[in-house]
Design a protein around this ligand. Structure first.
Ligand code: HDE
Length: 720
């Protein structure tokens, strides 16, 4: 295990202390300028007479406005929209056999972390519910320096080589002539690019799946994507893939719901994360690793260095080695979430890169982007970016330097400062790169082992449940219907035939097209002396037919913890019916809100006052996971007369969520589409009952835990 010299090691709460050191406390203080001069009037500019011109000498007004003018920094080129949280990581079992990384060896150490979740394509103010990849970046403030695991919620990527990244991002961003559309891949330039880059097909399957519209940041997986290396004390290396598994399971919303949420609450994921932490429902994720012995590098039917491939868990199981808990919201969004600077090149001894050509390019990009965004090579001195260990080197000065370096020397070797700071040369003390043998020609090309562009796209598609397959099909129909250029649609359909014929034909039918043979685009990365035929994209049949871990249908469905449940009520509600269900749900960790026609209080049938949380004016079914309608004849009658209540239930039904009614509450369900359709039986997930409140709440809780009843989608369409 890599050791630190005792002197510069600090305890784990150091990060919190350090941030506190920079945290302003205004309590009982006077307003001052940035230079500490007290301000006696913060309302009026200095003027020549109270109706006269403003005076240039008003240094207080000028300082205030100048600072305001410069408040914004460039948003991130990608992943501009994000939300962050503090937390800690705890190790379950020492991993010394594989890695000397300190924080992966000591189970007693609680390593502080900061996490930033994000979407990729949209601007900083865009909606959380765009169909998009989600960023999942974790900064570990370890005792051996900062380690950043800068991953996504999908385990593969669109492209194999960093050279293509600006093209990909230009294609997905709003089109340059009219800056349309915001935070959406459903437009010509994106699909034009994708239709010409078949290596993207595996990632496209993920992007068109429900993984791209998570229910919550707390209910999505994270992946390191690239293959990295673990290196142990004896310099033995293992390949490693990183996984984050959310304790609450992996869940998504429906596409129609996502579009609605984007209007009703564009901050849905941000709010969800913030509220979960504020209410003590700390998000938890287990860290898993897939480990591959160096000697097994070539034993797979894909290349470990190819970031468009995952390693099926059936081939290499994920070992769970620790857990991350997010337990503290940032104090200031800008200072922390906006200024945090991640970098896949922030490594600690015991973890190393591989030659994945996408990863290699990222190693250049992330420092460069911080220089542009944060404006100075001293971005590591911003409190959120500082390590919990001291920094000692001879780097000096620069824009906005904070450190006051003492002494006569700023070079090494030196004798005037006794040689300090000196190199950590002793074995296993400082960072050393894995001694990988490289013996090759300098060349711009791609390995032949990267040419299977479809095998894992098919594996992913085959691993999905029926409803998930339908969602992928519908997402492709939606996106490609938005494409205006017929040739692009046709090229995409032709490519889809390589993934699954039924999928291709179904999408083709709704576009009025017939699937044809794909023309493989000329790939200009062939080595000059090679036969292009050898480098054409192809499909390698995966050694397994389907992988259970790739389907969300197989995720945790035992808990309703933190699920949001709406109770619809009006005057005359049966108090016990409402209160008992509320208690039963809250005991299981759900968050319950009472929604009524007007704010304030409602009067129960027995004359008790019950406080209301929201009215139908702002409440929307799409931000809830389930709905309950309590007993009470008068309340039910009032809800039946309330169009928004009927719409609420119809929409909950349409989005396949659990619905429950007690006693006369069932009359309200009868008044909705569900009851108006006498040919359909009341099906699973719609629960009514009387005289057995215990059973009712038990059945309802079970139904909510199932997350969704997707079968409803194929049974009938609800005009919600
Ligand atoms: Fe990034 N990426 N990326 N990326 N990326 C950035 O860095 C880049 C890639 C990812 O919450 C930028 O600080 C290149 C893969 C996340 O602050 C930028 C390439 C994966 C975040 C950048 C990739 C990611 C970023 C923009 C191809 C999944 C948000 C702002 C070679 C493993 C981090 C910034 C945060 C952010 C470049 C590909 C994940 C421009 C050149 C693959 C989660 O430097």
């Amino acid at each position: 295990m890599a050791k630190n010299k005792g002197k510069n090691v600090k305890n784990d709460s150091q990060k919190i202390n350090e941030l506190q050191q920079f945290t302003e406390n205004n309590e009982g203080e006077f307003l001052t300028t940035n230079h500490g001069v007290r301000i006696n009037d913060n309302q009026n500019t200095l003027k020549a007479g109270d109706r006269g011109p403003s005076l240039l000498e008003d240094f207080i007004m000028r300082e205030k406005i100048t600072h305001f003018d410069h408040e914004r920094i460039p948003e991130r080129i990608v992943h501009a929209r994000g939300s962050g949280a503090h937390g800690f990581f705890e190790l379950y079992k020492p991993m010394g056999k594989y890695t000397k990384a300190g924080f992966l060896n000591d189970t007693k150490v609680k390593t502080p972390v900061f996490v930033r979740f994000s979407t990729v394509a949209g601007s900083r103010g865009s909606t959380d519910l765009a169909r998009d990849v989600r960023g999942f970046s974790v900064k570990f403030y370890t005792q051996n320096g900062n380690y950043d695991l800068v991953g996504n919620n999908m385990p593969v990527f669109f492209i194999q080589d960093a050279m293509k990244f600006p093209d990909l991002v230009h294609a997905v961003k709003p089109e340059p002539n009219n800056e349309i559309p915001q935070a959406s891949s459903a437009h010509d330039t994106f699909w034009d690019f994708i239709s010409l880059v078949p290596e993207s097909m595996h990632m496209i399957m993920w992007l068109m799946s429900d993984r791209a519209i998570p229910r919550s940041y707390r209910m999505m997986e994270g992946f390191g994507v690239h293959t990295f290396r673990f290196v142990n004390e004896n310099d033995k290396s293992h390949f490693v893939k990183f996984h984050w598994k959310p304790v609450l399971g992996v869940h998504s919303v429906a596409w129609d719901e996502a579009q609605n949420i984007s209007g009703k609450d564009p901050d849905f994921h941000r709010r969800d994360l913030w509220e979960a932490i504020e209410t003590g429902n700390f998000p938890e994720y287990e860290l898993g690793v897939q480990l591959i012995d160096d000697k097994d590098e070539h034993k797979f039917d894909f290349d470990l260095l190819d970031p468009t491939k995952l390693i099926p868990e059936e081939l290499v199981p994920v070992q769970i080695i620790g857990k991350m808990t997010l337990n503290r919201n940032p104090d200031n969004f800008f200072a922390e979430t906006e200024q945090i600077a991640f970098h896949p090149g922030h490594l600690v001894p015991g973890i190393d890169f591989t030659n994945d050509p996408l990863l290699q390019g990222r190693l250049f990009s992330y420092t460069d982007t911080q220089l542009s965004r944060l404006g100075s090579p001293n971005f590591h001195e911003i409190p959120i970016n500082r390590p919990v260990v001291d920094v000692h080197n001879n780097q000096r000065d620069g824009h906005m330097r904070q450190t006051i370096n003492k002494g006569q020397t700023s070079y090494e070797p030196n004798s005037l400062s006794g040689g300090c700071p000196f190199q950590a040369m002793m074995k296993n003390f400082g960072f050393t790169s894995f001694l990988e043998r490289i013996d090759a020609k300098k060349i711009r090309s791609r390995s032949k082992s990267f040419t299977d562009h479809f095998g894992q796209a098919t594996l992913f598609y085959n691993s999905q449940s029926e409803p998930e397959k339908i969602h992928i099909t519908n997402a492709l129909r939606f996106e490609l219907s938005k494409v205006q250029t017929p040739a692009i649609r046709q090229r995409m359909i032709n490519l889809l035939t390589q993934v699954d014929k039924v999928l291709a034909n179904t999408v083709a039918a709704s576009l009025g097209l017939t699937a044809g043979k794909p023309e493989m685009p000329m790939n200009h990365s062939f080595p000059a002396d090679s036969d292009p035929k050898d480098y054409q994209p192809k499909k390698v049949r995966s050694s397994i037919e389907a992988s259970a871990a790739l389907s969300m249908a197989n995720t945790n469905k035992n808990s309703i913890k933190t699920r949001k449940i709406a109770i619809l009520a009006a005057n005359g509600v049966e108090e016990t019916s409402l209160i008992n269900m509320k208690k039963a749900l809250e005991t299981q960790g759900a968050m319950v809100k009472i929604i009524a026609p007007a704010l304030g209080m409602i009067k129960s049938a027995s004359g008790k006052s019950i406080a209301i949380d929201e009215t139908f004016q702002i409440a929307a079914s799409v931000v809830f996971d389930a709905v309950f309608i309590p007993a009470g004849a008068k309340s039910a009658a009032a809800l039946i007369e309330e169009p928004d209540a009927i719409h609420f239930i119809n929409e909950t039904y349409k989005h396949c969520k659990a619905i429950c009614a007690d006693g006369e509450g069932a009359d309200v369900i009868e008044a909705t589409y569900i009851g108006q359709n006498p040919n359909d039986d009341i099906e699973e997930g719609v629960i009514t009952g009387e005289n057995n409140p215990g059973k009712l709440s038990k059945d309802f809780i079970k139904a909510i835990a199932k997350h969704r009843f997707w079968e409803r989608e194929t049974m009938r369409k609800v005009p919600a």
